[in-house]
Design a protein around this ligand. Sequence first.
Ligand code: HEM
Length: 419
Amino acid sequence: TNEVPREKVLDNSLSLLKEGYLFIQNRCRQFQSDIFQTRLMGEKVTCISGEEAAKVFYDNERFQRKGASPKRVQKTLFGEKAIQSMDGEAHKHRKLLFMSLMTPDGVKKLGELTTVQWQDRVGKWEQMERVVLFDEAQEILCRVACEWAGVPLKEAEVKQRASDFGAMVDAFGAVGPRHWEGRKARKRAEAWIEEIIEQIRNEKLDSPEGTAAYAMAWHRELDGKTLDKHMAAVELINVLRPLVAIATYITFGALALHEHPECRQKVTKDNQDYTAMLVQEIRRFYPFGPFLGARVRNDFTWNGNQFRKGQLVLLDVYGTNHDSRLWEQPDEFRPERFRNWKGGLFDLIPQGGGDYYQTHRCPGEWVTIEAMKVSMAFLTNQIEYDVPLSEQDLSYSLVRMPSLPKSRFIISNVRRKTK
Ligand code: HEM
């Protein structure tokens, strides 16, 4: 076996905070290697990048999720003991629960609700001097998410709920106040959704069969028992929160339309194939999830490295989406690259890789794509707007995690498009 590059440092957590999305890629380039060892948060960590690395990472014989995600992430982003940290048969069973919501009709419904919500806001925006697209998108998606999931939401609570879902996501790469905001937000959301679960079970609330709320309230574990109220709430939030997080991709999408007017032209022609490619490129190109973590389940050797049981391994998500072996000129935004894409399970991995039913790959990928498609179509075909440059900073950081255009994308002079 060849020697795996090893960083001779006591701890590299600070470099991770300083280099953000590029932390793994920078080192893979420096070492000319898909794999290296470092130390993060007090432990030895192996980082891996690329399509082959992703294939290994999603091998259930070699890796498990138990003990992989730090408590701080569970207390903000995921929720404790939820699907993300399960393994084996219990995980597969829980995964079926999520996948059961992603029927063709369910996906289509989500797109329709999203379009209706966008259209509903135009009148208000026409009266506004400035519209912060990210904030509006979060609220729109919060309404969509709750309606789709069968969770009642009063108009007066939309702002708080949307911002709580946002804060849970915003906390994932944070230390300090941003982390604590995320914890507070999760506590509020869990209390709210536990109440909803209880009401469904007491038949005080009629959530239709087929909705996420109904599914979580009545789901039976392998032992035949329903989830306790808290766990049901945590898993329902695992549907609501990420639906709201699609606002991030929509905002990056608006940035893409702004920076590449030729893309806008092509969507305008109501070109569905093109819109699909545009959405894939947005998900590939812009930063969201930086990397994923798992622990070695059984000793094995790969690429010259001895993986030892229990060791933490990080898969480079951002770097794999920008790997020049997979993507020609990866740092250029080119939707057309997807025209001949073969649809690999381990190359485009913004929402994880592998098989939906067997691995931890995101069950929400289809609804994410659908929501993005209708949103890009709305922004190009149904409204016109200006992007006032003197009043905002459109740049985004590759260090801050999660990232977003700094001004959250301000638009003005919004008007309905006359066909
Ligand atoms: C898992 C990204 C939207 C529900 C994941 C994973 C990623 C991801 C990277 C982890 C994959 C792994 O651990 O191997 C995203 C991004 C989204 C998004 C960037 C866009 C905003 C959604 C939506 C839903 C959803 C809309 C639900 C409606 C979940 C769940 C898991 C997950 C439940 C855990 C799956 C498991 O552990 O088996 N997502 N996701 N996500 N996502 Fe998403």
